[in-house]
Design a protein around this ligand. Structure first.
Ligand SMILES: Cc1cc2nc3c(=O)[nH]c(=O)nc-3n(C[C@H](O)[C@H](O)[C@H](O)COP(=O)(O)OP(=O)(O)OC[C@H]3O[C@@H](n4cnc5c(N)ncnc54)[C@H](O)[C@@H]3O)c2cc1C
Length: 439
């Protein structure tokens, strides 16, 4: 099979970025797995549908939303029921405007620290300083710093803050003061209103399926295992099959892509080694109880709880759990070695009981653990320079990276789709302005 001898542009990876690149260009796509979606796929087993970590949409991009509409992806809109658990109680997200559960002393520390914080003007040396300048020491110590350490797996001192955007919202003083006396559900921060595909059986994966249905050529089960940049050939499945290319659009994580190339210069190998990303273990549980919670998700900043976040997938759309059952999904972040699945499952289950979500007498009817080796790209002080160096090298050998792990950025799903579209548009611009580059 495969386009041996003929030279086409080709795409590697059938997540949202690769699918979008293929949809917007007609270029053939090669995906390692047997189905589309990558990180935005969903699993459907024994009547339980789970996404790979919580996935919801908050896109305001008109093009993206119109594309979903055109492809027949109907969306349900929800008002956020997002929560935080600390000091043995649940209170609405975000923490900054909900501190009434804290001791009087802690509340005063948060309020006074915030009062004297001047806000940030883009000059902080790192994320820890950014937190202090925006929120003060009280908020830093009680929530933002411990949550950052738990979520990213690294100290905020080692991180930059260019990824924050509206992800870490700064309220006004009145909101902070009010929240110190009364819990309040506010419109502050991300996902105040969010959307989720209505399709009852495909979960968030409905988006990838809808794009894939409209892509001309997808070769599934084609894992790229080597690339020869001189003959411009991709070898799949340990050399069993190959495809030659003029230009290669890759949505593979940069470290994986570079590991397929021979003779990578030392300075590029060094740059690759410097890239950091956390990994996420996703623990999926189904119980024989009709409704575990009416919440959408909960953040857990405290280090003695194993997960940083749980969510209740069956609350996003109907049909994601068997009748009479419900589900909870826990996410645990780690760096390096994969945790032992049995130990992790036990720890998560015990913690779910401790925080009052599961009880000992509940019957667990489904359990599963998925390990995502690439979770959230860590924005440290060398990331930007390293990514630039790697991208320059790749473009020099006609490889065009895109998507969340090709750009090595904190991209949401809609941004991954736009990344694929923009890459093929840029490529066709380059090709029409310089035809000789195909040779
Ligand atoms: C835990 C978590 C939660 C998230 N939550 C949200 C959310 O709530 N909302 C939101 O909008 N976004 C969310 N995202 C982000 C979203 O999942 C991504 O932006 C998007 O899925 C990235 O798509 P991609 O195509 O760039 O990458 P990927 O989905 O990683 O696609 C890469 C593809 O390449 C394939 N591949 C890998 N190696 C090879 C190989 N050697 N040969 C061939 N194919 C290969 C993979 O199988 C995969 O299909 C979340 C991400 C994570 C990790």
């Amino acid at each position: 099979m495969v386009e041996e001898g003929s030279r086409n542009n080709i795409i590697l990876g059938g997540g949202l970025a690769g699918l979008s690149a293929a949809y917007h260009s007609g270029i053939p796509l090669y995906e390692a797995l047997a189905k589309p979606g990558g990180t935005a796929a969903s699993l459907d087993e024994q009547g339980f549908v789970f996404d790979l970590g919580i996935h919801v949409l908050q896109s305001k991009n008109v093009y993206f939303l119109e594309l979903l509409d055109k492809l027949g992806v109907r969306l349900i809109t929800h008002s956020r029921s997002g929560w935080i658990y600390s000091n043995n109680s649940y209170f609405p997200y975000p923490f900054q405007v909900n501190t009434s559960h804290l001791s009087f002393i802690s509340r005063i520390r948060c309020i006074v620290g915030f009062l004297f914080s001047k806000g940030e003007n883009g000059t902080s040396a790192n994320y820890a300083e950014w937190i202090l300048k925006n929120f003060g020491k009280g908020f830093a110590d009680t929530f933002l710093t411990p949550y950052a350490k738990k979520f990213w797996g690294v100290s905020p001192e080692t991180m930059t803050f260019d990824w924050t955007g509206n992800r870490v919202p700064r309220p006004n003083f009145f909101e902070v003061l009010k929240g110190a006396f009364k819990d309040q559900e506010t419109k502050l921060g991300t996902h105040v209103v969010f959307q989720y595909p209505e399709n009852r059986k495909q979960g968030f994966g409905a988006i990838a399926h809808a794009i894939a249905k409209n892509v001309h050529t997808i070769h599934y089960g084609m894992r790229a295992t080597a690339i020869d940049p001189v003959s411009r050939t991709v070898f799949f499945n340990e050399g069993g099959e190959k495809a030659s290319y003029k230009k290669l659009i890759s949505t593979l994580p940069l470290p994986d892509l570079l590991s397929l190339l021979p003779d990578v210069p030392d300075n590029i190998s060094q740059a690759i080694k410097s890239l950091k990303c956390n990994s996420i273990a996703v623990i999926n549980i189904g119980v024989n109880t009709p409704s575990l919670s009416s919440k959408h998700w909960v953040h857990f900043p405290e280090p003695h709880i194993s997960f940083f976040r749980i969510s209740f997938p069956a609350n996003f759309t109907d049909g994601l759990a068997r009748p009479g059952t419900s589900t909870v999904q826990a996410e645990v972040s780690y760096l390096g070695k994969k945790p032992d699945p049995a130990n992790l499952f036990n720890a998560v289950k015990e913690d779910l009981i401790r925080v009052g979500i599961l009880s000992k007498d509940m019957e667990i009817v489904f359990e599963d653990i998925i390990f995502l080796p690439y979770g959230y790209v860590i924005y440290d002080h060398v990331r930007e320079e390293s990514v630039k160096r790697i991208h320059d090298y790749l473009r020099g050998i006609q490889i065009y990276p895109c998507g969340r792990y090709g750009t090595w950025e904190y991209l949401w799903s809609d941004q991954a789709v736009l990344s694929g579209k923009e890459t093929v548009e840029q490529l066709s611009l380059d090709e029409s302005s310089n035809n000789s580059s195909f040779d």
